[in-house]
Design a binder for this molecule. Structure first.
Ligand SMILES: C[S@@+](CC[C@H](N)C(=O)[O-])C[C@H]1O[C@@H](n2cnc3c(N)ncnc32)[C@H](O)[C@@H]1O
Length: 228
């Protein structure tokens, strides 16, 4: 859902600038234009374990992941400025009492991802998270869903051998669609549950903002993990 523009948005975004990376698409030279978001976020990313969340919302999930795993690099991408602003402000707070310490392993970008081409080089990620993605319920919008088969195959190209895609949603229609798309890609889920918080899977331990709300309302969370 589109959020109303936050007050003093531009100033607040600038204040959190250490965590916000901008695409190089408008850079002057060709090599710079081709630089991927992951390379801008973490110049030493090829030496690290790298994780991406697409549609990271207000960043709760990724911030927890980054704090728990200082050796991993975590890039959150969120299309709405007002929403990503909340993630940036939380990161600043977590970095230190006055925001003086900057978490080196957490960055955010504000774009609507259409293709992984702009996000990272092939075979460079260890995991991709899609948490409570927009369901796009109309059949004619199926290709806009982040778990449409063309997108899943695109994510798979971005993964290193042994990499994973983890998907959580409250929406059973989107979940059924996702399982069909996984099958269409020729993959078998490594883990699957229609009630993650009763499953004993570790993925239940780090909750997103939406997940906390659905849990509080007694709505089961569907979960699937693939290792393409
Ligand atoms: C329903 S919210 C879930 C937020 C968060 N993952 C959570 O679980 O709390 C989905 C978010 O994904 C963002 N989004 C949808 N499509 C996107 C895309 N292609 N690239 C980046 N962000 C996207 C939306 O702007 C929205 O904030």
């Amino acid at each position: 859902m589109r959020q109303r523009k936050a007050k003093n948005l531009d100033r607040r975004l600038r204040e959190c600038g250490a965590y916000l990376i901008t695409p190089h698409a408008e850079a002057e030279t060709e090599p710079e234009r081709e630089t991927k978001l992951m390379e801008v976020a973490f110049p030493d990313f090829s030496m690290r374990r790298n994780y991406l969340e697409i549609g990271c919302g207000r960043g709760d999930f990724l911030l927890q992941k980054a704090l728990a795993d200082p050796e991993g690099s975590f890039l959150g991408i969120e299309g709405q400025e007002t929403v990503v602003l909340r993630a940036l402000e939380k990161a600043v707070l977590a970095g230190g009492p006055e925001g003086t310490g900057i978490l080196k392993n957490l960055r955010f970008a504000c774009v609507f991802v259409q293709s992984m081409e702009t996000v990272c080089p092939p075979k460079s990620l260890d995991g991709i998270y899609l948490n409570f993605s927009d369901p796009w319920p109309k059949a004619r919008h199926a290709k806009r869903r982040l778990t449409y088969r063309g997108r899943l195959l695109d994510y798979a190209d971005a993964l290193r051998p042994g990499g994973f895609i983890e998907i959580k949603t409250d929406n059973t229609g989107l979940f059924d669609f996702t399982l069909e798309e996984i099958e269409a890609c020729g993959w078998t889920p490594a883990m699957i549950s229609r009630d993650l918080h009763e499953s004993g899977y570790a993925a239940a331990q780090t909750m997103t903002e939406y997940e906390k709300k659905f849990r509080a309302a007694g709505v089961p969370v569907c979960y699937v993990r693939v290792e393409p």
